[in-house]
Design a protein around this ligand. Structure first.
Ligand SMILES: Nc1nc2c(ncn2[C@@H]2O[C@H](COP(=O)(O)OP(=O)(O)O)[C@@H](O)[C@H]2O)c(=O)[nH]1
Ligand SMILES: [Mg+2]
Length: 371
């Protein structure tokens, strides 16, 4: 595989597409095969459920917070060095922000040209999120996002070396065929795989693909940064840290499920489409996570602990097509109401909310670099 260079692979895709789940599965596979794996997560804010989740699974994880990889290119490089502090990893898997695009021009090609002696670049994999993907590809009016956010979704697919339709376990054969058809109409040249990151279907084919040398890009993708910036800014971004304390043990799985359900209900009243809502609860070594990835999707427990505790730390990450102030008001109200319902006291320890700023990449290549 990588010789003495680190194999660096980004697993992109829209918010809630399954990037963290896929990276967890890939990392597990590489570790079982005796490879050293480092993971880099990325977010516009601090305090990530994903970092906590992957660390909880026992992986070595570092995060690049505060902006996307393309705007924090030097931080990304510094973070890969942190992962190499004890021992150089064989493989680094990186999860870019789910509302970010133009990664080939701003991350992959600059890494190849500036740090090609250190890194061997794997293919740019982009996971297709079926929940919003079906509607966006079919140009359905009721997608829940504006055309500018849909523009980002499509640009992510356009720049992929490999598109992976994820969550096939929840698609019927007809739904999968229809997605494959919509994708091959729009991107006829593109390599297409399907996967269930959850149950492992298609993982072997993805692993084989990740070992391939990516094809040379014929040209770099054009991106209208005004549309991209406006599309990204339509998403309200919120990360909140809170704690519940109770005299009675609280069942953590139920707490996170109820919090996400209550958040979903409040957002639905305001017709605010969630791109991804995540709540993680911790008590010492144990953790539970609940997720919602679209208004018409089910709230799911993606990590169960089966544990009850009197003191629970909570991390809430919400990316929703709404005003961030509005989002904060909803989160504060839901946290308070849920605590009251449980007879617990609560504390909000941290709250960051904003609209992502205009992306200003550190580097942007306009012509492909020879692999
Ligand atoms: N049914 C199903 N759900 C999945 C699959 N992969 C991820 N998910 C769920 O989709 C949600 C978002 O996944 P996550 O990996 O956090 O997405 P990310 O935002 O792209 O990192 C979680 O509830 C996951 O459990 C899959 O293959 N099948
Ligand atoms: Mg993630």
């Amino acid at each position: 595989m990588a010789g003495d260079r680190i194999r660096f692979t980004m697993i992109g895709g829209f918010l809630g597409a399954g990037k963290t789940t896929t990276i967890g599965k890939l990392a597990h596979h590489y570790q079982s095969a005796g490879k050293r794996v480092g993971i880099v997560t990325n977010d516009q804010a601090f305090g990530l459920v994903d970092t906590g989740n992957l660390r909880h699974a026992g992986f070595q994880v570092e995060e690049v917070p505060g902006a996307c990889f393309c705007c924090k290119f030097n931080d990304l490089i510094a973070t890969t060095q942190k992962l190499s502090a004890d021992q150089t990893p064989d493989v680094i898997l990186a999860e870019p922000v789910g509302s970010c695009t133009d990664l080939a021009a701003t991350v992959v090609e600059p890494m190849r040209s500036l740090y090609g002696e250190r890194f061997e670049l794997g293919p740019l994999v982009v996971l297709l999120k079926p929940e919003h993907g079906r509607k966006i590809l079919a140009e359905d009016e009721a997608v829940g996002f504006s055309p500018k956010a849909a523009y980002i979704f499509l640009k992510q697919l356009e720049e992929a070396d490999v598109i992976v339709i994820n969550k096939v376990d929840k698609l019927t054969a007809e739904e999968l065929a229809s997605l494959q058809q919509l994708l091959s109409q729009r991107f006829p040249e593109k390599k297409l795989l399907s996967l269930s990151a959850r149950n492992g279907t298609g993982l072997d084919a993805l692993l084989r693909e990740l070992d391939q040398t990516p094809p040379q890009r014929p040209k770099m993708m054009e991106v209208d940064y005004d549309v991209y910036a406006e599309g990204e800014a339509e998403l309200g971004w919120l990360n909140c840290q809170a704690a519940f304390k109770s005299s009675q043990p609280l069942a953590m799985d139920q707490v996170v499920l109820d919090l996400v359900r209550a958040l979903a209900k409040s957002l639905e009243k305001e017709s605010a489409e969630p791109a991804h809502l995540k709540v993680m609860a911790h008590a010492e070594e144990d953790a539970s996570i609940a997720n919602l990835v679209a208004s018409d999707a089910e709230v799911e427990l993606s990590l169960d602990s089966g544990v009850s505790a009197k003191e629970i730390d909570l991390v809430i990450n919400a990316r929703v097509a709404t005003d961030p102030e509005q989002l904060e008001a909803v989160v504060r109200c839901v946290v308070e109401e849920e605590a009251k319902r449980l007879g617990a006291s609560f504390e909000i320890q941290g709250m960051q909310r904003f609209r992502p700023g205009r992306p200003v990449p550190t580097h942007r290549v306009t012509a492909p670099v020879n692999p």
